[in-house]
Design a protein around this ligand. Structure first.
Ligand SMILES: [Zn+2]
Length: 421
């Protein structure tokens, strides 16, 4: 194995070079170095054992094609083969991003549900774009995601295994995140990525693996043979409504036991369906990323700030008490946006599109005794129309009153009306 020394120069495809500054960390596949690239600090991943020619060419193609979205810490430059190996250059991970595994072990914590939903949305969007580019990720697991607990922004790393659909990187992924058909020996593809995506989302919301309940706890020692059963041939969702053999265990799976009933019902319904025997065994029936995005948008629409305790809570049909202080929340003022229902309570932020940037903030005007909508966008002017037909524009930073019957166009396509329930 060829380790690099500080001060050493590594030449890149295309003629440039990087200079090694120091080691940042090492793993099974290789070492990551801090390097100077064109006067800028960047990271170099250097393989212990140079993967084959096909891998090298694929990596080069991915670099030429560019990142599918800004969710990816994508390879930026490939090194020439030298010192018995090769590597690639990427941006450094910012300090405020923590490995997803740290969230699972409670070493890092989202500061809000708002941030958690942002993270979920960003992951779904990243995978949608990745598949749209014709790639499959292949090696999705909790070590690939870095998340800012404050904003929920996500960076997906280790993109060197990303391959065109249907091609095999030779890396099978971690057992716990592999789809049952891949555990059984199949080739990873966008359908198996979708399974891995639903596992990651389940873990993001509930901090527990969806297949790790009583059966796994009872396992004397996790061997490869057992892994093939629990995550493959005999996989059972912990909340499978008909097969209760793998329920979460008190004292061990506290997070999911506590959160499962608290988070919105639509999330429970979706995961119950996505981890049903039918979906586990029929990859092509799994939910596509766009529908995950819609689901997360729906959940985000139901997230409000409680006017009593000022904490976040979810409003659902037939459920309008705060999950923190148990007081009832007035949900009579609603913004109807197509089929969507957004509840208007003071301090709540509204997201009109899926770009993870809040577009509206609900404020209160204590003097007039009414709520206001503040335009949070930097460039979109809204068009509001009163019930009597008066038109008014609401520029960025401006507010408009919340009154039943007012119609507001946030954009050409996003037209809403304020109603009272
Ligand atoms: Zn409350």
């Amino acid at each position: 194995m060829a380790e690099l020394k500080s001060g050493e120069r590594v030449s890149l495809v295309g003629g440039k070079s990087v200079t090694i500054k120091k080691e940042l960390g090492r793993g099974g596949q290789g070492i990551v170095y801090l390097v100077n690239y064109d006067g800028k600090d960047m990271a170099l991943k250097w393989y212990n054992n140079a993967p084959d020619n096909y891998f090298y060419t694929n990596l080069n193609n991915n670099i030429l094609n560019g990142a599918p979205s800004d969710a990816f810490l994508w390879p930026k430059a490939l090194t020439e083969r030298q010192c018995g190996s090769y590597g690639y250059v990427m941006d450094l991970r910012p300090k405020n991003y923590f490995e997803f595994g740290n969230f699972l072990m409670a070493k890092a914590k989202f500061t809000s549900f708002d941030a958690m939903l942002n993270a979920a949305m960003k992951i779904c969007n990243g995978f949608m774009m990745l598949h749209r580019f014709g790639y499959s990720y292949q090696d999705l697991n909790d070590g690939n995601f870095f998340i800012d607990p404050q904003t929920g922004d996500v960076l997906i790393c280790d993109n060197d295994n990303v391959m065109p659909q249907g091609e095999k990187s030779g890396i099978m992924g971690k057992a716990r995140y592999m789809a049952p058909e891949v555990v059984a020996g199949g080739i990873p593809d966008k359908y198996s990525d979708r399974y891995s995506l639903s596992v990651i989302l389940f873990m993001l919301f509930y901090s527990n693996h969806p297949l790790e309940g009583a059966k796994v706890v009872a396992c004397p020692c996790m061997t490869e043979a057992y892994e093939k059963k629990f995550y493959g041939s005999e996989a059972v969702f912990i909340y499978n409504p008909t097969d209760k053999s793998n329920l979460p265990v008190r004292g061990i799976h506290q997070n999911v036991i506590r959160r499962w009933p608290v988070l919105p019902a639509v999330l429970r319904e979706t995961f119950t369906r996505e981890f049903s025997d039918e979906m586990l065994r029929n990859p092509q029936k799994r939910m596509i990323e766009q529908n995950w995005e819609k689901l997360i948008a729906t959940i985000r629409d139901s997230l409000v700030i409680c006017p009593h305790c000022h904490e976040e809570t979810f409003i659902e049909e037939n459920k309008n008490t705060c999950m923190n202080c148990s007081k009832p929340i007035n949900t009579t003022l609603i913004l109807k946006l197509g089929s969507r229902t957004l509840y208007l309570t003071e301090c709540t932020k509204l997201y009109i599109d899926h770009d993870n940037t809040a577009d509206v903030q609900v404020l209160s005007d204590p003097n007039a005794g009414l709520l206001l909508l503040k335009n949070l966008s930097s460039d979109a002017t809204w068009a509001a129309e009163t019930p009597s037909g008066k038109l008014k524009s609401v520029a960025p930073g401006e507010v408009m009153p919340v009154k039943a019957g007012i119609k507001v166009s946030f954009s050409q396509i996003a037209k809403a009306e304020i109603i009272t329930a």
